[in-house]
Ligand binder design. Structure first.
Ligand SMILES: *[C@@H]1O[C@H](CO)[C@@H](O)[C@H](O)[C@H]1NC(C)=O
Ligand SMILES: *[C@@H]1O[C@H](CO)[C@@H](O)[C@H](O)[C@H]1NC(C)=O
Ligand SMILES: *[C@@H]1O[C@H](CO)[C@@H](O)[C@H](O)[C@H]1NC(C)=O
Ligand SMILES: *[C@@H]1O[C@H](CO)[C@@H](O)[C@H](O)[C@H]1NC(C)=O
Ligand SMILES: [Cu+2]
Length: 631
């Protein structure tokens, strides 16, 4: 009998540590839902359900998702924060590592989650599609004995924002000449666990592990629970030395695990606030609930504290108290030392500019990302010995070829007065330098390369996969190129990604060529009519010349020519008038909502005036044609 027991115990132990394969069949379908309780619209659901399920696996497990697109539009799926070691083709961003999944097609995502544990998420990587609901939490559990902290219960929590219109519609209004200042679309609401007014029931005297994901695509949020603290133990899948804070600041795509200790008494319930960082909004509509109240509930028989209002005195007090911990000073539990000096330094000056069609685009060093005609991964795989040549990847994809095990610095200078959370696929990075908050609006501060010495950087820098740059400031990120693949680096404000705020790393191209791409992925390209062979322009041939021939590649809209005074003048008038109109309308209506329809009508009028005065060609189309400005 004893022997039998020992055998049982052994088998059980083996089974419980041996990796499992989790097979999912995800059918994408539209689901009518009323997320914020004020407006019903169709959302993108999985198997006729929305909100989407949380995927939960253990370290070293394998995930297989049969992803069937039953929508009217293309789709894709990215697993944010997972390294995809050896499985670059499963990473998800369309035209980077795969073709878009055409309506009616099934795409197989099949990969192992190795070396990682923590809080992740999955979302569409087809433009701003995840605004329509294609987003969910993905938890990779560590083995119990690996946790450096104790908790009684685990709870997931997402925050985000909600637009009442579908993302395609919001996008076309945003990327329009009728929005010449490039003002980002204002959401109708923030969301807390994909809804609002949430009651979180807790038991007294317990420690909760709260896994928080910002699944939004625009605004950072503050989180706080009255009379409670958060102890940060994980950031973006990286365990950190415990850090107790009053409030949390979480940019889109970032994650935190925090410990929340409940009180011993059940006499009171407490407000759990989620607050939009209103500094990110160009206009503050009066009906936007910047501060939203949820409740940590100890006792259903006790009254809930009333929700806070935007103009509430206690809200002002609450905001004044918000001094969230600066994530730059988090220390990874593993105390990974600062990586050695970089082999390659990539300096990116980021600007927002109005281009020749009157639309605002985002650029790094003057280049606004435009997707290639062949997904970059397939260019790597098909170009053989030419894969090391940057030109293969086109002149408008901002591609950088880096070599195996090089140490890379990304120096990003934000010449824009906005806040931007940047994300690198396939890696975590060390955040080795970051400008302080509160830089001069008029005078962006650039990173000074003369200051780049070991002594100026933290001994154990923070490690994560998404980090926000301050307005007019900079950051320096450092990572080791130890994961061959094509990896996207982009702003996670998806409106800015759509404006072209991205670069592509081709990391160790000849190593990438050893990875397998399954036939299913090539079949998918056939259904979406995307070529899988050739350079960024889809050209190829026997010779080097044919691989470097970029004729026919996708390029960005031409800039407003420098020194072309009439055009510059018109753009300037437009911007000024729009700014004046903005100030005037805020003056007139107080904090009332400036309806986007009104704004568009006014801008249309401005165009009319300019046209009557001969500054514009008499006729121009309201459609997709370029804005014609007379010389
Ligand atoms: C949240 O509360 C507001 C105000 O009472 C209400 O209008 C809205 O419908 C509620 N939303 C949900 C999802 O419960
Ligand atoms: C959020 O939603 C998930 C899934 O429904 C649920 O398990 C969790 O308890 C919710 N979190 C909170 C804080 O209410
Ligand atoms: C860095 O040092 C060089 C040489 O001393 C100098 O020319 C340059 O202006 C310095 N750069 C900055 C940003 O101070
Ligand atoms: C691909 O091309 C075929 C034939 O021209 C067309 O019928 C089909 O709709 C296209 N599919 C997509 C996803 O564009
Ligand atoms: Cu951005």
């Amino acid at each position: 009998m004893l022997i039998l027991r020992v055998v049982y115990a052994l088998v059980w132990a083996l089974l419980s540590v041996s990796p499992k394969t989790h097979v999912f069949h995800f059918n994408l379908t539209y689901v009518d839902a009323d997320a914020d309780g004020t407006f019903s619209r169709r959302m993108i659901g999985i198997n006729n359900q929305w909100p989407l399920p949380t995927i939960r696996v253990k370290k070293n497990d394998r995930i297989q998702i049969h992803f069937t697109n039953l929508l009217e539009t293309k789709a894709s799926l990215h697993f944010h924060g997972l390294f995809q070691q050896g499985t670059n083709a499963m990473d998800g961003p369309e035209m980077v590592t795969q073709c878009p999944v055409a309506p009616g097609s099934t795409f197989l995502y099949d990969f192992k989650v190795t070396k990682q544990a923590g809080t992740y998420w999955y979302h569409s990587h087809s433009g701003s599609q995840y605004a329509d609901g294609l987003r969910g939490i993905l938890i990779v559990e560590d083995t119990e004995q690996d946790y450096h902290f104790h908790f009684d219960e685990e709870v997931v929590l997402s925050v985000g924002e909600h637009y009442h219109q579908e993302s395609s519609e919001v996008l076309s209004k945003f990327m329009s000449r009728y929005n010449p200042t490039g003002a980002e679309p204002i959401p109708q609401n923030s969301l807390f666990n994909e809804t609002k007014n949430v009651t979180w029931h807790v038991e007294p005297g317990k420690t909760y592990l709260l896994r928080i994901v910002n699944m939004g695509l625009f605004t950072s949020q503050y989180l706080s629970i009255e009379d409670h603290t958060f102890t940060i133990v994980e950031a973006d899948g990286v365990f950190v030395e415990p850090q107790e804070v009053d409030s949390l600041y979480i940019a889109v795509a970032q994650r935190y695990s925090v410990l929340v200790k409940s009180k011993k008494s059940t006499k009171k319930n407490y407000r759990f606030l989620n607050i939009i960082d209103q500094e990110m909004l160009d206009v503050l509509p009066a009906d936007l609930q910047v501060i939203s109240t949820n409740w940590m509930v100890y006792n259903d028989d006790v009254e809930m504290p009333s929700p806070l209002e935007n103009n509430d005195k206690s809200f002002e007090n609450q905001l004044a108290k918000m001094h969230p911990f600066d994530d730059f000073y988090l220390v990874p539990l593993g105390k990974e030392a600062l990586l050695p000096d970089a082999d390659v330094v990539i300096t990116l000056d980021f600007t927002m500019d109005v281009l020749g069609d009157g639309v605002t685009y985002a650029s790094f060093n003057g280049v606004s990302y435009v997707p290639p005609k062949v997904p970059t991964l397939y260019s790597v795989v098909s170009s053989g010995k030419y894969a090391n040549n940057q030109q293969v990847y086109g002149s408008n994809t901002n591609t950088f070829v880096i070599q195996n095990n090089e140490v890379v610095d990304i120096v990003l200078n934000n010449m824009d007065p906005g806040k931007h959370p940047f994300h690198l696929h396939g890696h975590t990075f060390q955040v080795i330098s970051r400008s302080p908050e509160g830089m001069d609006e008029e005078d962006p501060i650039k990173f000074d390369p003369n200051n780049s010495s070991h002594t100026n950087y933290p001994e154990y820098p923070m490690i994560r996969d998404t980090v926000q740059v301050h307005p007019n400031g900079f950051f320096v990120l450092r990572f080791k190129a130890d994961n061959p693949g094509v990896w996207f680096f982009h702003c996670h404000v998806d409106w800015h990604l759509e404006q072209g705020l991205a670069i592509t790393f081709v990391e160790a191209p000849f190593e990438i060529q050893k990875q397998k791409i399954i036939p299913n992925h090539y079949d998918n390209c056939k259904s979406s009519n995307v070529s899988t062979i050739g350079n960024a322009a889809g050209n190829y041939g026997e010779t080097k010349e044919s691989w470097l021939n970029l004729q026919g590649e996708n390029v960005q809209v031409a800039p407003l020519p420098a020194g072309f005074t009439t055009k510059g003048y018109v753009a300037m008038i437009l911007c000024t008038l729009v700014a004046v109109y903005g100030v005037w309308s805020i003056y007139k209506y107080g904090m009332e909502d400036v309806n986007s329809e009104d704004t568009e009508a006014v801008i249309r009028k401005l165009y009319d005036i300019l046209r009557t005065n001969g500054a514009l060609e008499p006729e121009y189309d309201d459609g997709d044609e370029e804005l014609l400005i007379a010389s």
